[in-house]
Design a protein around this ligand. Structure first.
Ligand SMILES: [Zn+2]
Length: 259
């Protein structure tokens, strides 16, 4: 089998145009030779529904990586955890990897949504610090800080083949983001807005199409896919890519990206 990323959710926080919250499923061959490793990346409120729609049994997933703790990236996680407990009766460990504070964020959300819930399978947390390469089931995980929330990181996932998948999470368009994507074979980058409403106000820490158009040559990746998007913006990206092949491709729910 090859290494791939399935886009489970290509939408923004508002489910604009019916697109699901941020969620991706990364797959690569199991180093033991049997089957494949499946790791989720971000887990918005709609993510368990999207897994069901795509016939991805939660029991077949080994771990989850979180880029930051906004609701459209983490809000569905309690549903996944209680699915493990009540439906799967899971016994295998589940790993949750992410930036500093990941354990408190996840357990705090679970306690808010299901007070007193006790999980009876091994749930392991791992905080990943920038500049460290963490082995994970035959792959390697690195994070790079990006400008969005204080904890926000982008993911760089190095597959057993040596190919690299980069995911921006949510991020402002700046040097941090460019470094996180540098030299990747595939990059999924958030694209939330057409242009910055006020270039002097950094509170809108999201990538705009205008910034991408002005700086496309600075993004060094083999294939650029734009997500966290809505239909009109995706259509504009598609037209730009038609006139400038290789500019970028818009993501949609259900898109499969092979490396
Ligand atoms: Zn966010």
């Amino acid at each position: 089998m090859s290494e791939s990323v399935l886009v489970l959710g290509s939408g923004n926080a508002f489910f604009t145009d019916g697109r699901a919250h941020a969620c991706y499923l990364s797959r690569w061959p199991d180093p033991s030779g049997a089957g494949e490793i499946r790791m989720l990346i971000d887990y918005g409120a709609s993510s368990l529904m999207r897994m069901n729609q795509e016939s991805i049994p939660p029991s077949t997933v080994q771990g989850l990586f979180l880029t930051h703790f906004h609701g459209d990236h983490i809000g569905g996680l309690p549903f996944l955890l209680i699915h493990f407990k009540y439906i799967d009766k899971r016994k295998e460990p589940f790993w949750i990897l992410g930036p500093a504070g990941v354990q408190e964020a996840v357990l705090g959300l679970l306690e808010q949504m299901y007070p007193g819930m006790e999980l009876d399978f091994p749930l392991h947390f791992k905080e990943i610090k920038p500049e460290k390469r963490i082995p994970f089931m035959g792959a390697e995980i690195e994070v790079r800080p990006v400008t969005h929330r204080p904890e926000s990181v982008a993911l760089r996932l190095s597959y057993p083949s040596g190919k690299v998948f980069a995911f921006s999470g949510d991020a402002a368009f700046d040097e941090n983001l460019l470094q996180a994507l540098e030299g990747s074979d595939l990059a999924i980058v958030e694209l939330s807005i057409e242009s910055q409403p006020d270039p002097d106000d950094p509170t809108v820490a999201h990538v705009s199409l205008q910034e991408l158009q002005e700086n496309r040559s600075k993004i060094r990746t083999g294939r650029l896919v734009l997500s966290h998007i809505y239909n009109a913006l995706a259509e504009r990206v598609k037209r730009l890519n038609d006139s400038q092949p290789g500019f970028a491709e818009p993501a949609f729910d259900g898109l499969v990206l092979s490396l």
